[in-house]
Design a binder for this molecule. Structure first.
Ligand SMILES: O=CC(=O)O
Length: 335
């Protein structure tokens, strides 16, 4: 009888237990007991994962392996053909290092759109309306605080600039339509009229110069790291509001703190940080900054859907040799 391929689990299955178990009809399910990156690399070098065809990894498995980078990927056994990442953002995986080894990478787009855009909406409303100072003072027994917090602003009629018009950006656009905001966007590629849904395409610079609220909805990679820094803050309207549910390192946090301190930026809503779980002290101490601890996808429904999606990718990889949600960088490699 032919031996079954192996599937390596890095991290935990928290919800989709039945689906995960059902994979055992196709593959031997194995998991690492490594307590950290050094131990995991040793396991790889010792041939512990030989025969593994697909890897299911979670965001939190960073604690076990660290980043899937150009040091780790070459140490994976030659049998590994697929890395299935449970998350829409896959900056924890060096896709080029995987492509060099002909390893295909998948992620879980789509499943996260609604819930991430919901947090985005919460941050836009919270930051524009300036709720945070009052929410802090009420818990200190101070009602709205003394002096009173400055008046907030209505979303209606404000220009929202969405940087990155993928699934989350487009979902956010629809939500903001309900608040009568004027939506402009910038994206690597201009979208069809149908996908843009009435949002106007503008250059990055025009978006920075004309938006009242800027929402970052683009992936983190070498081209987008610190895409928003001192120069970009200087181009923005004075008193701009910024929200980020994408990845912290898209913003240069030290430059953001300066822009807040000079009132160039009026308020900020953040779900993600440059060096999670550390938060820049200048953000932590500023009541005009709403801080959410990376909870964009933190709902029962979405966590479950993400796991199911990732398991479907593993199943399809093992059964049919194809990933359902191949990362965009590798789509051309397929041709
Ligand atoms: O941050 C969450 C995700 O990338 O899915």
């Amino acid at each position: 009888m032919a031996t079954k391929p192996k599937v390596l689990l890095l991290g935990k299955i928290e919800h989709a237990h039945e689906s995960w178990k059902s994979l055992s009809n196709l593959a031997d399910l194995v998991s690492s007991q490594a307590q950290g990156r050094a131990e995991f690399l040793e396991e790889c070098k010792a041939g512990r994962w030989d025969g593994v065809k697909a890897i299911y990894r979670t965001f939190d498995s960073m604690e076990i392996t660290g980043r899937f980078d150009s040091e780790l990927v070459p140490l994976l056994p030659g049998s590994v053909e697929f890395v299935c990442h449970n998350g829409a953002g896959y900056d924890q995986v060096d896709v080029n290092a995987c492509s060099d080894r002909k390893i295909k990478v998948s992620h879980t787009p789509g499943t996260v759109n609604d819930c991430t855009a919901d947090v985005n909406m919460f941050l836009i409303l919270g930051a524009l309306r300036g709720f945070n100072p009052g929410m802090l003072s009420i818990r200190e027994g101070n009602w709205r605080g003394h002096p009173l917090p400055p008046l907030g602003h209505d979303p209606e009629g404000k220009t929202l600039g969405i940087v990155g018009m993928g699934g989350i950006g487009r979902n956010l656009k629809k939500k903001c339509d309900a608040f009568s905001m004027k939506i402009i966007y910038h994206n690597r590629k201009r979208l069809s009229e149908e996908l843009a849904g009435g949002a106007a395409y503008v250059s990055f610079e025009e978006l920075l110069r004309t938006s009242d609220v800027i929402s970052l909805n683009l992936p983190l990679n070498k081209d987008t790291r610190h895409k928003i820094s001192t120069r970009e803050f200087e181009m923005m309207k004075k008193g701009v509001v910024i929200v980020n549910t994408a990845r912290g390192a898209i913003i240069d946090e030290a430059a953001l703190v300066k822009a807040l301190d000079s009132d160039q930026v009026a308020s900020v809503g953040l779900d993600v940080y440059e060096d999670e779980p550390k938060i820049h002290p200048g953000l932590m101490s500023n009541p005009r900054v709403i801080l959410v601890p990376h909870m964009g996808t933190w709902t029962a429904e979405t966590q479950c859907a993400m796991e199911e999606c990732n398991i479907s990718n593993v199943r399809s990889a093992v059964q049919d040799g194809v990933l359902l949600n191949l990362v965009p960088e590798q789509v051309d490699l397929e041709k």
